[in-house]
Design a binder for this molecule. Structure first.
Ligand SMILES: NC(=O)c1ccc[n+]([C@@H]2O[C@H](COP(=O)([O-])OP(=O)(O)OC[C@H]3O[C@@H](n4cnc5c(N)ncnc54)[C@H](O)[C@@H]3O)[C@@H](O)[C@H]2O)c1
Length: 383
């Protein structure tokens, strides 16, 4: 075991992601031999009593109700942004100016304009940064990248991704406020495009390279909803469903689809990649499996193989239990923290960094622009 240096964490937001991140910071040293030890120094949220209760439950030493005060504290090394999308840019830019390392939830920002400013800020400050696109670190997804990198699929022809949910079908569901900020365009930036497809796009570009062009359609099925904060019925500005076609730089074609109106699906994220020699399919509901078909297998036994990604030679798995026993969703965050801490030690920082987050925001912006214009849109690339 290596000697460990302390890394003081200041977390913003104690919701869903605040919990996954806190869990990761707490567990990483139990399972990964890394040279840093995250210290849960402070949690920040607007409601002081709730922040205190969270601090007690998760073992944070203190709490703040204003993220500016958190950033000003000398005893904080890293700002972890786990608050809604409209807060990311201001917090990250201020944290970078204060010389703090930054972990930021996805999407990096509400749009690429804001994300560009965030990339400039971390570049100028020279601070370590990463975006929580955690699905890259599902062992089966990491393995998919290794198989593609080894050339096992050969030339790639098709990429097909879906992210389906069904929780906003009721017309009586309000928009805005705690738990429902995703329906408020001013806070979220967009609907399923920035929330769900952003995950699919990040994974896709990691596995299959940059996206050059998109043509999209979006729909808002429920046009008006009561706003939780104002009590008034207001126009809904988010996309409830979004589908787009894409061309990757490597010549492959893609379809992406996302909705919160697919009755029966809670978080069905799937992708399939078809190459010249082999195909891969992955499904979040069965996340420890990778489906693999290799045309080069002997004909008699050729078919889809369901690989159980639990063996010691599978990505990350030697750090967990014994072969055959599975891990799950929360472990992807632990893997991300482990890789980040390893990067701090070696100086080779892992990705996705803010620049990668911006690349995804360029795609989501292009998708929304295409849905508006009805035309193909060329995707900008980060400089
Ligand atoms: N990586 C993933 O798979 C994943 C999953 C869910 C959410 N997210 C992202 O994480 C972020 C948070 O989402 P969530 O689901 O945890 O939301 P949530 O609503 O569960 O929690 C948001 C938290 O932010 C706090 N907050 C809001 N405004 C604040 C402010 N000005 N200062 C301090 N705290 C503030 C709220 O009090 C709450 O504690 C979003 O950007 C979202 O897109 C990512």
């Amino acid at each position: 075991m290596r000697a460990r240096k302390k890394l003081n964490i200041g977390l913003v937001g104690y919701g869903f992601m605040g919990r996954t991140h806190s869990n990761a910071f707490r567990k990483v040293n139990n399972f990964f031999d890394v040279a840093f030890e995250p210290v849960l120094k402070c949690v920040c949220a607007r409601d002081g009593a709730k922040a205190d209760a969270f601090a007690k439950q998760w073992g944070y030493e203190s709490s703040e109700t204003d993220w500016r005060k958190l950033i000003a504290r000398k005893d904080i090394d890293l700002i972890d942004i786990a608050s809604p999308n409209d807060t990311h840019a201001d917090i990250a830019i201020a944290a970078a100016k204060a010389g703090k390392m930054i972990l930021c939830e996805k999407p990096l920002a509400r749009n690429a304009y804001q994300a560009e400013k965030m990339v400039s800020a971390v570049k100028k400050a020279g601070v370590a940064n990463m975006v929580w696109y955690n699905y890259r670190r599902v062992p089966a997804v990491t393995l998919a990248r290794q198989l593609i990198g080894e050339g096992r699929l050969g030339r790639i022809f098709h990429y097909r991704a879906k992210f389906l949910q069904d929780w906003t079908i009721s017309k009586d569901l309000p928009q805005g406020g705690a738990g429902l900020w995703r329906l408020d365009v001013k806070v979220a930036g967009s609907g399923v495009t920035g929330d769900l497809l952003a995950h699919c796009i990040d994974t896709a570009m990691w596995l299959n390279g940059p996206i050059d062009k998109v043509t999209a359609m979006t729909e808002t099925f429920i046009k008006q909803r009561k706003h939780t904060l104002t009590g008034k019925v207001q126009k809904v500005g988010i996309d409830d469903a979004s589908a787009f076609l894409a061309r990757f730089s490597n010549g492959s074609l893609a379809t992406f689809e996302s909705t919160r109106y697919a009755r029966g699906h809670k978080a069905l994220y799937t992708f399939e990649i078809n190459g010249e020699h082999a195909s891969i399919f992955w499904d979040l509901h069965d996340l420890h499996r990778l489906q693999y078909f290799d045309h080069r297998d002997e004909g008699k036994v050729r078919g889809w193989r369901s690989l159980h990604i639990t063996d010691g030679d599978h990505p990350y798995m030697k750090n967990w239990w014994v072969p055959g026993l599975q891990i799950g969703y929360e472990h992807t965050f632990i893997h991300q923290v482990a890789d980040f801490l390893e990067g701090l030690d070696t100086g080779k920082m892992p990705r996705p960094d803010f620049r990668d987050g911006l690349a995804t925001d360029y795609v989501t912006d292009a998708v929304l622009a295409s849905a508006k214009s009805g035309r193909w849109v060329t995707v900008k690339k980060p400089k």
